[in-house]
Design a protein around this ligand. Sequence first.
Ligand code: SF4
Length: 285
Amino acid sequence: MGAKIIISENSGFCFGVKRAVEKALITQKTLNKPIYTLGPLIHNESVISHLRDHKIAPVDVDSLSSLEKDDTIIIRSHGISKDVYMKLKEKELNIVDLTCPFVSHIQKKVNKYYELGYSIIIVGDPNHPEIKGINGWCDNSALVFKNGDVTISLPKKVCIVAQTTEKQENFEKVIYVVAKECKEFLAFNTICSATETRQKDAFNISKESDKMIVIGGKNSSNTNKLYEICKSNCKDTIHIETAKELPFDFFKVPESTVIGITAGASTPNFVIDEVLNKISEEKHS
Ligand code: SF4
């Protein structure tokens, strides 16, 4: 197989995920006892199992009663709501807050403008933990629009933010409606720079590619967005979590074929390397 491979320079762990994984491992090593993360630390099964091997296990909010006073709990990069934060405090847990600073910034903005009387609009997925957390800083009153689809009539005075992994075009779709319907509005483009760069790169590479491989967790929001972007430019785009899922016939292609590769922000480098190794093996088989 002589296909040309293009790999996105901006793939794999983003700043916030790298920070969370590294600090969790350091915390466990320092304390030298089992510690917990509130929900899986990142959307990647291989990393979660690596963390379990290092005595770092996920617990959900409903299972907090199983923890003892002074047990260590890590808040992951997605952040949490004010209510959940108070629950951790009440239980007197040792809280290690690894909320990504880009997400904390959104929570503060939402809290501030909610208290100033603005209705909050979030462009994002209402079921994503980051959005549930952000919504918890305005008493869960936010209007959340998925895929940029505004489905109801809007209040007159609004403050708009976006999920950090949202697509720029979805944010703009909402702004367009807000500009027509609302008398007073503040808009903060809170799509994080890591996401922006990754999405632009994925867009450019998929335009040049005949086939595209997107590597990352199936429940990872940012990976799914990369897949959508690549698929819109390159019909033959696949989304895989590990090298094992690479279809054999994906490599049975003419010499002139261009294959692009990108990976989500929660995809560790070793998973990307395994995919590259598998491609290289197929090349030489
Ligand atoms: S995608 Fe952006 S906001 Fe989310 S953890 Fe990574 S750097 Fe932080």
